[in-house]
Design a protein around this ligand. Structure first.
Ligand SMILES: Nc1ncnc2c1ncn2[C@@H]1O[C@H](COP(=O)(O)OP(=O)(O)OP(=O)(O)O)[C@@H](O)[C@H]1O
Ligand SMILES: [Mg+2]
Length: 410
């Protein structure tokens, strides 16, 4: 049975809406999508609900027009520096007389892991099981049916500021779309671009957008760490504007047209670029400015994993997504600056249909929302603590996933 899912990535620079059919053969067939410049979003946060609503509605309507389908509900991305994450453990005694672990034990142990005390201004976004342990010794991924007296779980928990989450939900709802679930940006991006092998051996995904850089580390197929920095491509553009004395618009255009962070691309670095008012700047000057900021962002990202632990934690290296990953030479620069071999640009994978403009690292989050939906929709329904659809004042589904991700692009 195929299912239709929608995703809306509410980004600082663009809103990307997608509607897709997910078939039994685990392919994602894009039925419609639209990317529109966003307004009312600053560093990943909805700061003007009316403006954000308008652009979300625009993206949704365009997507509905191409697909001929109505988007009633969607998985929505969330980011911003208000998000924080931690790992939390839960423990329960198994209840059956024969000590076989049941689904109910799993529910209880996850409930125990999520019962952390949260301040009233924070909300739980994700409780993601990393692994279970039986009787303190045997690590298992799927404990149901196995024998044990004591069941432990280690989870990755993501929380967010309640007010920011409310504003985002309000903006989406006002655009006429119900929020199925909120998904932290890098978790969605990871779903769209990482291979099973990378996720299992250990990999970091860094989504460098316009106003934020989102990071997640995956080990043994699950998220072990995630974070967000309020810095991205906008800072690169601003550096160009300030450093070279041009407008933001011109800086953005120059960055996209002439940006190349590795000098060895065959262009004479002293080639002059006309920036108006009879001024010129050289290709080298432009790219020195870009490179300095991009190097800083890369270093910031890699501070999440101490150098001596990289081999053990992220042997599959670093995968870069987000619009800034379009910058020519970024892969090579990252390899040089970080001294890492396994670095690649992550393109959303496994999509067919009307998907031309989605083959771009900037669309990794939006496509990842569909994978998230496919993997979590059924499992998480059982964990609706504050069902969004039934309770309009609830903030989010507060979903606990007990299923490991099964459906990946590779
Ligand atoms: N070819 C390119 N070279 C350099 N930068 C680029 C290129 N194409 C896009 N960008 C930059 O990518 C950024 C937009 O990326 P993206 O679409 O991932 O951001 P977003 O999702 O809207 O923002 P965020 O995730 O931070 O909320 C902009 O800063 C843009 O200048
Ligand atoms: Mg983004």
């Amino acid at each position: 049975m195929s299912r239709v899912f929608s995703g809306i990535d509410v980004g600082t620079s663009k809103i990307c809406a997608i509607i897709a059919n997910i078939g039994d053969d685990e392919t994602i067939q894009i039925l419609g999508s639209a990317v529109v410049p966003s307004r009312g979003v600053y560093k990943g946060l909805v700061v003007d609900i009316d403006q954000a609503t308008e652009t979300i509605r625009d993206a949704v309507m365009k997507t509905e027009r191409t697909s001929g389908l109505r988007i009633e509900s969607a998985f929505v991305s969330v980011t911003g520096k208000h998000i924080s994450s931690m790992n939390s453990k839960g423990v329960v005694a198994t209840t059956r007389a024969d000590k076989r672990v049941t689904v109910n034990d799993l529910d209880r142990v996850l409930e125990s892991a999520r019962s952390i005390t949260l301040p009233s201004d924070r909300r739980l976004l994700h409780v993601l099981p990393r692994h279970y342990t039986l009787d303190g010794t045997v690590k298992v991924q799927e404990p149901v049916g196995m024998h044990g007296f004591r069941l432990d779980v280690e989870t990755h928990i993501v929380t967010a500021a309640a007010a920011s989450v409310q504003n985002l939900i309000k903006a989406v709802r006002s655009a006429g779309v119900e929020v199925e679930d909120l998904v932290f940006n890098p978790l969605a991006s990871g779903e769209a671009v990482l291979t099973d092998h990378e996720m299992n051996s250990g990999v970091m995904v860094a989504d460098i957008g316009a106003g934020t850089t989102n990071v997640a580390i995956f080990n043994d197929g699950c998220v072990s760490h995630s974070t967000v920095f309020p810095v991205g491509g906008y800072q690169v553009t601003r550096d160009i504007a300030i450093g070279l004395g041009v407008t933001n618009e011109m800086a953005e255009e120059m960055k996209k047209k002439y940006g190349n962070v590795m000098s060895s691309n065959g262009v004479d670095p002293e080639t002059q670029l006309d920036v108006g008012n009879k001024h010129t700047v050289s290709y080298r000057e432009l790219n020195d400015v870009i490179r300095a900021r991009v190097e800083e962002i890369l270093q910031l990202v890699m501070m999440e994993v101490p150098r001596e632990k990289r081999g053990q934690l992220i042997p599959a290296g670093l995968v870069l997504t987000g619009g800034t990953a379009n910058l020519p030479g970024l892969e090579a620069l990252a390899r040089e600056v970080l001294g890492m071999e396994h670095i690649r640009i992550g393109m959303p994978a496994g999509i067919t249909g009307i998907a031309d403009h989605l083959h771009n690292p900037a669309c990794a989050t939006a496509v990842g929302l569909l994978y998230w939906g496919a993997n979590n929709a059924e499992g998480e329904d059982k964990y609706v603590y504050e069902g969004l659809k039934t309770n309009p004042v609830s903030v989010l589904r507060q979903g606990v996933s007990r299923v490991r991700k099964l459906f990946r692009p590779h």
